[in-house]
Design a protein around this ligand. Structure first.
Ligand SMILES: [Zn+2]
Ligand SMILES: [Zn+2]
Length: 136
């Protein structure tokens, strides 16, 4: 069973066949799929699954905090099942491939107090950009 399915089962999320397929499609490392990609892959396994069901299910998973919404500028929102291990993203500027990366050090601590403007910091999102080996 996938990591995400296991987490959802532990939370008592009602696993219909449609929800299960969406959760299965989102399993794995470095998974950052658009809603359309999730729908295409889900439909390959369960042809009757509708786009609306996929969108609604993704919305629920985000609300539950089990899937992250990743916005990489100008491109469609992506869905990331790696919701419990803090990570940043490495994005290829040419093909859009995204990798989960774990920079050394605490990104919150990297912001000096003088640059915080009195904010109580909670999270930091850092996007590293460049060309992946295939595009370089
Ligand atoms: Zn690339
Ligand atoms: Zn990620």
């Amino acid at each position: 069973m996938s990591d995400l399915l296991e987490r959802l089962r532990d939370r008592g999320w009602r696993l219909t066949s449609q929800r299960r397929v969406v959760a299965e499609v989102l399993d794995g490392d470095h998974v950052h799929l658009t809603a359309d990609e999730v729908h295409a892959r889900a439909a390959a396994r369960l042809p009757e699954i509708s786009r609306a069901t996929v969108y609604n299910t993704l919305g629920e998973l985000v609300t539950l905090g089990e899937v992250l919404e990743v916005a990489t500028d100008g491109r469609a929102k992506r869905y990331d099942p790696n919701a419990h291990r803090p990570h940043q993203h490495l994005v290829c500027s040419a093909c859009g491939t995204i990798r989960d990366v774990h920079p050394t050090g605490d990104p919150l601590a990297a912001l000096p107090p003088a640059e915080r403007f009195g904010f109580a910091l909670t999270t930091a999102e850092v996007t590293y950009r460049g060309l992946c080996p295939d595009c370089a």
